[in-house]
Design a protein around this ligand. Structure first.
Ligand SMILES: Cc1ncc(COP(=O)(O)O)c(C=O)c1O
Length: 533
C-alpha cells in the first residue's frame, strides 16, 4: 500500500475511535505496520528515506536546529489532536474513567524504560528548565556552599543555581571549557581542579548547547560520588539523540526536554532523580492526592495534568523504540560526521566542536570568519535552511575567568535530515560566504562546471535544478525514475556561460526517488532527488 493510503486509513480509524485508549490502539497498529514495513527494508538509505516520510516539515525546508526544537512526526500529531478532540467531547469521562491516573503511571513506566531507570525515579515535566529547577530548589543549600558548572551551560541549566545563589548565598563557580576541548582527561582535570571542600553540586550538560561537546559523565561521577557531591545533569539535548542510560552515566539527576531530539509535542520533559539521592532533594511542591511516596507531587498525585500531551509524549517514545534507539543514535551521529567532513574544507568556518567521537554528538558548531553570524543565519533562512546562532561566554559569574564572548553557528542533524540536505547546506554556505562563485550573482565568471543540489529536495510538486557553466555549452538534462527509465528531458540545447536554473514540474509523477543527469560538453553529473506526496 502507498504511504498516502496507509496514512489515510489510519486517519479514518482515528476519526472512528470513541475513546482515548482506542486512539492509542489505532496509533499502536499504525506504528506496528510501520515497523513491519521498516523491518523489510535492508538498505539503510532507503530505511531513513521511508522514516522521513512520517514528518510534516514543509517540503523544501531544511531544519538543522533540532537542538532548539524538534519536529513531531505526523502520526503522533494526528493522535495528539484526536486525544484532545475526544477528551473535550466528554472531559470528565475521558480523563478519569477508562484512562485516568492509572494511565499516568503507564506513561511514567515508559519514560523510565526510555532512560533505563526505575519507575519511581523518573517524572514527567514540561522541560529541562523545570527539571533543573526542581533539583536546585529541592536542595538544602547553605551560604558558602559551592556549585561547580561550566561556561558553556544553557540558562535553562544554570539560572536555577544562580537563583539559589540569590536566595541562599551559595557560590556558583564556572570551569572555563577550552574550545575545542582536546580530550576527556583535560575535562576531568578541570573538574578535579574546580572542586573544593565546599562543593556540593557539579552541574553539567550531558551535551552542551554551544559546541555539542559530550561530557564524560561516568568518569566525572567517579570523581563526585566518593565525595558525596551531587552530579546534576542537564540532558536537554540528549534523549532521542543518544540512547541514554542514566545508570551507565552514573548521574544523580538528569533533566531533559522531550520536544527537542525526542520529537515529542512541545512542553514535555523528563526528570530522573536517582533513588539513593532522593532524600537529599525535597519535592518543591506538596501533593494534591493519591499515593504516599516521597515524590508523589511529581506523579499522578501532583494535580491535574494535560493528558493528551502526556499520551503523545509516551507515543513518541514508543516510536523511537520502533525505529530502534541505537539505530537512531548511529544515524544522527553518522549524519553529523558527514556534515563535519563536508564543511571541513570551508576556510571561513572554524570548528569549535571536539573531533573525538567520544566527546562529540549530533551537533557541530563553528566560528564564522568574514561575516556576522546573524547575517549568515538570515541568509540561510532566506534559502529555507534553519540553523542555530548562539554564543558562549565567560563573563557571567567569575572575574578570574577570561572575558570572552564568541558567536557561533550550531548545526544539528536528526533523522529527518539527509546527506543531500547537508550537501545543499555546504553549497549554500560556500555561496554566502564567498568560498565559491555564487549562483546567480553574476559577480564573477565560474571557472568550472558545477551542478548544485536541486532545491527543494525532497519536494512535492516541483523542484529547481541549478548549474553553472564556465563557457557556452550544449547542455542536456534528463530525468530518470528508480528503474532507470527516462521520464523527462528538461533541456537539450545551447546555454550561455554562467548560472542557470530550470524547474522540473513533477505534478503528474508518482512519489519516489528520481535521478537527473546533467551533461554539459564533456562534463556529466547525476544526482538523486525525492518526490514525496
Ligand atoms: C543544554 C540545554 N539546557 C536547557 C535548555 C532549555 O530547554 P527547555 O527550554 O526545553 O527547558 C536548552 C535549550 O536549548 C539546552 O540546550
Amino acid at each position: 500500500m502507498e504511504r498516502r493510503e496507509f496514512f489515510g486509513s489510519f486517519l479514518a480509524t482515528l476519526t472512528a475511535a470513541a475513546t482515548l485508549p482506542e486512539i492509542a490502539r489505532a496509533l499502536e497498529d499504525y506504528m506496528g505496520s510501520l515497523k513491519r514495513e521498516l523491518d523489510g527494508i535492508t538498505d539503510d538509505a532507503n530505511f531513513w528515506e521511508r522514516a522521513q516520510r512520517e514528518f510534516l516539515l514543509q517540503p523544501g525546508l531544511i531544519h538543522f536546529n533540532c537542538g532548539s526544537i524538534g519536529a513531531t512526526p505526523a502520526p503522533i500529531v494526528e493522535a495528539h489532536k484526536a486525544y484532545i478532540d475526544r477528551l473535550e467531547e466528554n472531559p470528565y469521562a475521558q480523563t478519569w474513567s477508562g484512562i485516568g491516573s492509572g494511565t499516568f503511571d503507564t506513561i511514567q513506566q515508559t519514560a523510565a524504560r526510555f532512560l533505563r531507570a526505575d519507575t519511581d525515579e523518573v517524572f514527567l515535566t514540561r522541560n529541562t528548565t523545570e527539571g533543573m529547577n526542581l533539583v536546585a530548589g529541592g536542595m538544602r543549600l547553605e551560604p558558602g556552599d559551592e556549585i561547580l558548572t561550566t561556561d558553556h551551560e544553557h540558562p535553562g541549566g544554570v539560572m536555577c543555581w544562580l537563583h539559589m545563589a540569590a536566595l541562599h548565598g551559595v557560590r556558583v563557580r564556572q570551569i572555563h571549557l577550552p574550545t575545542p576541548t582536546a580530550s576527556k582527561d583535560e575535562i576531568l582535570q578541570l573538574v578535579e581542579d574546580g572542586i573544593t571542600p565546599r562543593t556540593r553540586v557539579c552541574s553539567f550538560s550531558h551535551v552542551n548547547t554551544t559546541t555539542g561537546l559530550r561530557m564524560p559523565l561516568a568518569e566525572i561521577a567517579a570523581i563526585t560520588r566518593p565525595r558525596d557531591i551531587l552530579l546534576a545533569c542537564d540532558g536537554a539535548q540528549v534523549p532521542g539523540m543518544l540512547a541514554v542510560d542514566v545508570k551507565q552515566l552514573q548521574v544523580d539527576t538528569y533533566a531533559s526536554s522531550s520536544h527537542k531530539w525526542m520529537l515529542a509535542p512541545k512542553g514535555t520533559g523528563l526528570l530522573y532523580v536517582r533513588k539513593e539521592v532522593q532524600d537529599r532533594i525535597r519535592p518543591v511542591s506538596a501533593f494534591a492526592s493519591g499515593g504516599g511516596s516521597y515524590y508523589a507531587p511529581y506523579t499522578a498525585g501532583g494535580g491535574t495534568r494535560n493528558l493528551p500531551v502526556l499520551l503523545a509524549h509516551r507515543d513518541t517514545m514508543t516510536l523511537h523504540n520502533i525505529l530502534g534507539r541505537e539505530r537512531v543514535e548511529q544515524r544522527v551521529l553518522q549524519l553529523n560526521a558527514y556534515l563535519r567532513q563536508r564543511l571541513a574544507a570551508d576556510v571561513r568556518l572554524t570548528p569549535v566542536t571536539p573531533e573525538a567521537p567520544e566527546l562529540s554528538s549530533a551537533m557541530a558548531s563553528y566560528r564564522v570568519r568574514g561575516m556576522a553570524v546573524n547575517t549568515l543565519f538570515d541568509e540561510l533562512k532566506k534559502r529555507d535552511i534553519i540553523i542555530k546562532r548562539t554564543a558562549y561566554n565567560s563573563v557571567l559569574l567569575d572575574n578570574d575567568i577570561p572575558n570572552e564572548h564568541v558567536s557561533i553557528i550550531r548545526l544539528s542533524t536528526h533523522i529527518f535530515n539527509s546527506e543531500a540536505q547537508i550537501d545543499r547546506l555546504a553549497e549554500e554556505l560556500a555561496d554566502i560566504l564567498g568560498t565559491t562563485t555564487s549562483v546567480g550573482s553574476g559577480s564573477s565568471a565560474p571557472t568550472d562546471f558545477v551542478l548544485r543540489p536541486n532545491y527543494p529536495n525532497p519536494f512535492n510538486e516541483s523542484t529547481n535544478i541549478r548549474f553553472q557553466l564556465p563557457q557556452a555549452e550544449h547542455v542536456e538534462i534528463a530525468v530518470y525514475n528508480a528503474e532507470g527509465q527516462l521520464v523527462d528531458v528538461l533541456q537539450d540545447g545551447w546555454r550561455e556561460a554562467g548560472a542557470h536554473q530550470l524547474t522540473w514540474n513533477a505534478a503528474e509523477r508518482a512519489s519516489g526517488p528520481y535521478f537527473y543527469q546533467v551533461t554539459a560538453g564533456s562534463d556529466r553529473e547525476v544526482r538523486k532527488m525525492l518526490l514525496l506526496r
